[in-house]
Design a protein around this ligand. Structure first.
Ligand SMILES: Cc1cc2nc3c(=O)[nH]c(=O)nc-3n(C[C@H](O)[C@H](O)[C@H](O)COP(=O)(O)OP(=O)(O)OC[C@H]3O[C@@H](n4cnc5c(N)ncnc54)[C@H](O)[C@@H]3O)c2cc1C
Length: 407
């Protein structure tokens, strides 16, 4: 392949304690957490809205944060953000959970659906109020490495190419783009064709009018709506990797063409108002090949380095703990990853990457980064007992209660 070599001098724009690359739910949690723990923090987001898949990807549902019998499992910023998502948007927090954990056991799960755009603007305010420096429309293009140490990030924006130096870098890109370019081993995944939009057809308008719930106005609408396990995957559409610009474009254009075909068959006066995702709804492209990979058989297992208990969004009772090692890779002293690029495989990864656990790992990475800077330690070798102490102070459940494990 032909190549060119360029030699350029890039301006060092600023120096931060912590840089967070990517402002999805995991990234905003990481940035605010680092800031609350005393770090000067910069959050870089390549689009113009925060929230990532949860907002611009139209994935507007906090999956259950409880065990399915009325016990809350996921706390901390996941709880804070669930409540924030309900502050000014329509919300669907079940009656049983509106004032917190129910007094009596219930099978109703603690979930919440929200208006993506309103949640996105709430997130901007939340991040700025916390004192995080935020740059929109700014792509983290290249980590600058000295061996396995990352000096900082080269960004691309309206201002051109600039360099931001940092003590700790949190990869919250959802695609592990930064750690991959830094040389951290990663694992690639395949994606079914699960692209969908929100439609507002007349039928749902009538329904919303009858129920009085504005959220009923939306219909999930998508020619490529395949379920989590691939049911409905069109035979003529190969799976998507999403790790090259051509693959991402194939994903987007395939969807857009099919959507147009569907719309053309509609009766004109009943045509839907469609809200499209402005980010591809790929579940996984790359994730870290971390120091530990969470597996399905780790359900009900306690880890000494647990940074938080989580629950299964589909199956009641199933409980997991997230080992800190699933976010790091020994040798890379100041890089950590969060959200959907944390190390998990099979179904365990599905449980790990959804919105509440993604926020949890973000929050933990912020705390760990602050601690590592304070103690002049590397991120993978941060003192676990101290980290866990701070996680507990943040109100997170570190280990699930064995009494909740079914016989
Ligand atoms: C089809 C689908 C349905 C889902 N359904 C649910 C559900 O119902 N409930 C649920 O809880 N979860 C669901 N999930 C999972 C969940 O939405 C995601 O796993 C979670 O939101 C991931 O958050 P994140 O912050 O890790 O990553 P992302 O949301 O991907 O955020 C990454 C952010 O980084 C930015 N970024 C990327 N690269 C760069 C760069 N180089 N420089 C600067 N910024 C960058 C992106 O623009 C984005 O804002 C679903 C996912 C999909 C795809």
């Amino acid at each position: 392949m032909k190549s060119i070599q360029i030699n350029e001098t890039i301006q060092v724009k600023d120096c931060y304690d912590v840089i967070v690359a990517g402002g999805g739910v995991a990234g905003v949690a990481a940035a605010v957490s680092a800031r609350r723990n005393g770090c000067r923090t910069l959050l870089l987001e390549k689009t113009n809205l925060l929230g990532g898949l949860a907002t611009i990807g139209l994935v507007n549902l906090f999956v259950p944060m409880c065990n399915g019998h009325g016990k809350q499992i996921i706390f901390g910023m996941a709880e804070e953000l669930l409540r924030l998502s309900a502050k000014h948007s329509y919300h669907t927090i079940p009656e049983e959970w509106i004032d917190g954990e129910p007094q009596k056991p219930t099978n109703v799960r603690y979930t919440q659906r929200f208006c993506p755009q309103i949640f996105a603007v709430e997130l901007t305010k939340w991040v700025l109020d916390a004192g995080v420096d935020l740059l929109f429309d700014c792509i983290c293009s290249q980590p600058v490495m000295e061996g396995k140490h990352c000096r900082g990030i080269i960004t691309e924006s309206k201002s051109g190419r600039e360099f931001y130096e940092a003590g700790m870098i949190i990869d919250a890109t959802g695609d592990a783009d930064i750690i991959h370019r830094a040389g951290v081993p990663t694992i690639e995944g395949d994606n079914f064709f699960t692209y969908y939009t929100f439609g507002v057809p007349l039928a749902t308008c009538r329904k919303a009018s009858a129920t009085g719930f504005i959220s009923d106005i939306y219909k999930r609408y998508g020619p490529g709506h395949v379920n989590l396990y691939g049911k409905g995957q069109p035979k003529d559409i190969p799976l998507f990797k999403g790790t090259s610009v051509e693959e991402v474009t194939r994903y987007v254009t395939t969807f857009q063409k099919l959507l147009l075909d569907m719309i053309e068959y509609d009766i004109p006066y009943e045509r839907e108002i469609v809200t499209m995702p402005t980010m591809p709804q790929l579940r996984t492209t790359r994730r870290i090949d971390g120091d530990y990979t969470l597996k399905a058989e780790d359900a009900y297992r306690h880890f000494d380095d647990s940074v938080g208990a989580i629950c299964d969004f589909e199956r009641r009772d199933y409980l997991y703990e997230i080992p800190y090692r699933s976010m790091t890779r020994i040798g890379f002293d100041n890089l950590v990853t969060v959200g959907r690029c944390v190390a998990g495989e099979g179904y365990a990864w599905d449980v790990l990457r959804v919105i509440p656990p993604a926020i949890l790992t973000g929050e933990v990475a912020g705390i760990a980064s602050a601690l590592a800077l304070e103690r002049c330690s590397s991120l993978p070798e941060v003192m676990i007992s101290e980290l866990q102490k701070r996680i507990l102070q943040a109100g997170i459940m570190l280990h699930f209660d064995d009494n909740l494990v079914p016989d």
